[in-house]
Design a protein around this ligand. Structure first.
Ligand code: PHE
Length: 346
């Protein structure tokens, strides 16, 4: 009996040292000190011993129990100290480490350019309007003098939902919408920034989704010189007082006459460089006098009321202003692009 008890004590001590987790400790306690544990069953077995041996064995059992209880408590304390230490170690804060600055973005370059251009035109008395991106064929084409079979529709490859519904290919439908809303009221001076959509293959200078800013002025006696004066003043505000512009004859079905506006290359000043393809000029917008049919179709029937309109590509201008060489950089949402603008004041 004594040998059996000593064997239990030995095994118990070994197993205790092998326990590492709280669950293992608890299992050990149940196995050796619990009511159904090894020692308790040894005590119960005492019943079969001769009466004179019982006190002796009882004493041995109690000594072993006390030894094991003490061993358990001290081993448990030791483990708990280790656990606490490990926890503190893992939560340690090194206050001498230099701080990680928060990862800041900033206003997107396109939005930055839109705001600058809005500010300039607001200064001229324009109001900023917005229109639907999902447009009807009616406003995107018909009301802009582009009937169904018009060859100039091919200038803008269109995403159609069905025959009458499409993604707007330009911001010009807002010309028609605004005129219909306000005619015969004058003056009309609106600026319309927004996304437009065309079936284009994406590359460094083309995107199927890009940004335009439309301008429209309708009033009595508006002439081509008003158009030129406004656009020249705009170009000087945006690029600097020395900025020169030129208007080249062009064609749009909704303006007559139509023109494209170039600015003197802001990189080489006109000497010729790769950005301006050695022409000294960079095209930034299309414009013209509102076609008389567009005016009448949209409610301005008084022959003395005339207007001008223009539409510019915002990406193009942002690329020029900030030296961005790939249009796709605007859409990939790389915060590193934005971070370069944190230091830019305007
Ligand atoms: N809507 C034309 C385009 O997208 C630009 C334009 C606008 C031209 C207004 C003239 C007048 O190409």
């Amino acid at each position: 009996m004594i040998e059996r008890l000593q064997a239990i004590e030995k095994i118990a001590k070994e197993k205790l040292q092998a326990s590492v987790t709280g669950a293992e400790l608890e299992a050990w306690r149940v196995d050796f000190l619990g009511k159904k544990g090894e020692l308790s069953s040894a005590l119960r077995a005492m019943g079969s011993l001769p009466a004179e041996e019982r006190p002796k064995i009882g004493q041995v059992v109690n000594t072993i129990r006390t030894t094991l209880e003490e061993a358990f408590e001290s081993y448990k304390t030791k483990l708990e100290t280790q656990w606490q230490k490990a926890k503190e170690e893992s939560e340690k804060v090194d206050i001498t480490l230099s701080p990680r600055l928060p990862f800041l973005g900033t206003m997107h370059p396109l939005q930055r350019v839109i705001r600058r251009i809005e500010d300039i035109f607001i200064g001229f008395g324009f109001t900023v309007e917005r229109g639907p991106h999902v447009e009807t064929d009616h406003f995107n084409f018909e009301m802009l003098n582009l009937p169904k079979d018009h060859p100039a529709r091919d200038m803008q490859d269109t995403f159609y939902f069905h025959e009458e519904m499409l993604m707007r290919t330009h911001t010009s439908p807002m010309q028609a919408r605004t005129m219909q809303q306000r005619a015969p009221h004058v003056p009309l001076r609106i600026l319309v920034p927004g996304r437009v959509y065309r079936r284009d293959d994406d590359d460094a200078t083309h995107s199927h989704e890009f940004t335009q800013i439309e301008g429209l002025v309708v009033d009595y006696g508006i002439s081509m010189s008003d158009l030129k004066g406004v656009l020249l003043t705009f170009a000087k505000e945006l690029f600097g007082e020395q900025q020169e512009i030129r208007l080249r004859p062009s064609f749009f079905p909704f303006t007559e006459p139509s023109a494209e506006m170039d600015v003197r290359c802001i990189y080489c000043g006109g000497e010729g460089c790769s950005t301006c393809k050695h022409t000294g000029w960079i095209e930034i917008l299309g414009c013209g006098m509102v076609h008389p049919s567009v005016l009448t179709m949209n409610g301005y029937t008084d022959g003395d009321v005339t207007g001008f309109a223009f539409g510019m590509g915002v990406e193009r201008i942002a690329m020029l202003l900030y030296g961005i060489t790939d249009i796709r950089q605007f859409y990939t949402n790389d915060v590193r692009l934005l971070q370069q603008f944190i230091a830019v004041a305007r």
